[in-house]
Design a protein around this ligand. Structure first.
Ligand code: ADP
Ligand code: ASP
Ligand code: MG
Length: 406
């Protein structure tokens, strides 16, 4: 007998038939003797619909009311899922975040889970009842409903698995597991049997939305065994593991892409000490996170060009902050573009091998793709390119690193 948390994403509960199939999976595990706790997302498309309603009511709406509205999608799924389980003879009950309770910080729309009080769920599990908890939400210090940010049901599931000391957390989704890159973009993407927590954290941070970033960070710190698998077949999924559990270390494990950044270039910046502080100080004061940075100086005229990226949704505020500091920085001209994509190669194998970045640059050069900015860390290399090249670049790099499925 094992204690397992099973999380079903939006597509897996997208209509009654799919939800019934998901419930059947739970029934089978329950009958085999497992203790199962379920976490559900809203039905596919529902959260987008609810967000659009808030926008329609008023573009500048109260974040607390936004949470009240968007959290309702998961409530519907949890109730229906419990009804389906009951109709199959499995004792079940739905639990919303505040009922459990899942206590969170007060950052509405992006709240952090602080504590899950599992006493009531433990009592029910002991009676062989299946708790069906709403993902994506909790209750804040002011006792109002909070939500965890898009994709947050993954985090609810991992946090619940940690709090219940579950043996495993199964994340059921619409693909067979974690792939070398998004299988919807690269047809030759391969499913990974295993991926390290660290690589998965980079993949998620760099745009692979198969797991929410925070769910991976939580799994890593609490040592939760996470398995990502399909709710539509019986194929074994991908297991998140520690580095020492990887038998054959590849140089590159996967590729990710993200269109969440915008690029800004300042031209004609006087080349003097303190220049970088003058540019990035006002952005830091505005709470805007700068990611990639490139500086180039023309020694002859004593001016520099500075290129950097900021989150696309912060572009307007970033431009305001820079215009406000124009005199202090002394730039001649400013250009910005949100039609860019950041493509990253990820792999713990690159810690001990040179040449990964070079393969990336050579492959893109061969395809005639100009690189606008570069950034690296111990286990990844990222380049910023024009968004029009996204698919071309991903496919070419996937082949170049030998990741293509046979
Ligand atoms: P769910 O609704 O089940 O939470 P999501 O849409 O949030 O599902 O995440 C699954 C999607 O993530 C897949 O349909 C796939 O397009 C996308 N994805 C992006 N990168 C990857 C990757 N490396 N491996 C698998 N899926 C990926
Ligand atoms: N329903 C929420 C969303 O669409 C949470 C989730 O699915 O994980 O973002
Ligand atoms: Mg998701």
């Amino acid at each position: 007998m094992a204690r397992i948390v099973k999380k079903f994403g939006g597509t897996s509960v997208g209509d009654m038939e799919r939800m019934r199939r998901a419930a059947l999976r739970v029934k089978r595990a329950h009958e085999a003797g497992d203790e199962v706790a379920v976490v559900v997302s809203a039905m596919a498309g529902e959260t987008n619909r609810l967000i659009a309603l808030c926008q329609e009511a008023s573009p500048l709406h109260d974040a607390r009311e936004y949470d009240t509205v968007v959290a309702s999608g998961e409530q519907v799924s949890a109730g229906l899922f419990a009804i389906l389980l009951q109709s199959m003879g499995v004792p079940a009950r739905s639990w919303t975040g505040w009922q459990v309770p899942v206590r969170t910080s007060d950052r509405h729309g992006a709240a952090l889970i602080e504590e899950i009080d599992t006493r009531r769920l433990e009592e029910r599990l002991a009676r062989r009842e299946v708790p069906v908890m709403t993902g994506f939400q909790g209750v804040g210090p002011d006792r109002r409903v909070t939500t965890l940010g898009r994709g947050g049901s993954d985090t609810s599931a991992v946090a619940l698995a940690a709090a219940l000391h579950a043996e495993r957390c199964d994340i059921y989704t619409d693909v067979d597991g974690v792939f070398t890159t998004d299988p919807r973009i690269v047809a030759k993407a391969r499913k990974l049997e295993r991926i390290t927590y660290e690589e998965m954290l980079e993949m998620a941070s760099l745009g692979a939305k198969v797991l929410q970033i925070r769910s991976v960070a939580l799994a890593m710190t609490h040592g939760v065994r996470v398995q990502v698998r399909s709710s539509f077949n019986e194929v074994s999924g991908t297991l998140l593991v520690n580095e020492d559990e990887i038998v054959e270390q590849e140089l590159v494990t996967g590729l990710a892409y993200s269109k969440a950044d915008a690029v800004i270039t300042l031209y004609g910046v006087p080349d003097r000490p303190g220049r970088a502080a003058a540019v990035f100080g006002p952005l830091a004061e505005a709470g805007i996170i700068v990611d990639m940075i490139v500086q180039s100086t023309t020694p002859a005229d004593g001016h520099a060009e500075i290129t950097f990226t900021v989150p696309a949704e912060e572009l307007g505020r970033a431009l305001d902050a820079l215009e406000g500091a124009r005199e202090k920085i002394g730039f001649a001209r400013l250009e910005s573009n949100s039609d860019v994509v950041k493509i990253s190669v990820i792999g713990i194998g690159m810690r001990s091998h040179a040449g990964v970045a070079n393969t990336m640059f050579a492959t893109l050069a061969e395809k005639g793709v100009p690189i606008l900015a570069i950034s690296t860390s111990e286990i990844k290399v990222s380049v910023l390119i024009d968004a029009a090249y996204t698919e071309l670049a991903l496919r070419a790099l996937h082949s170049a690193y030998g990741l293509d499925a046979a």
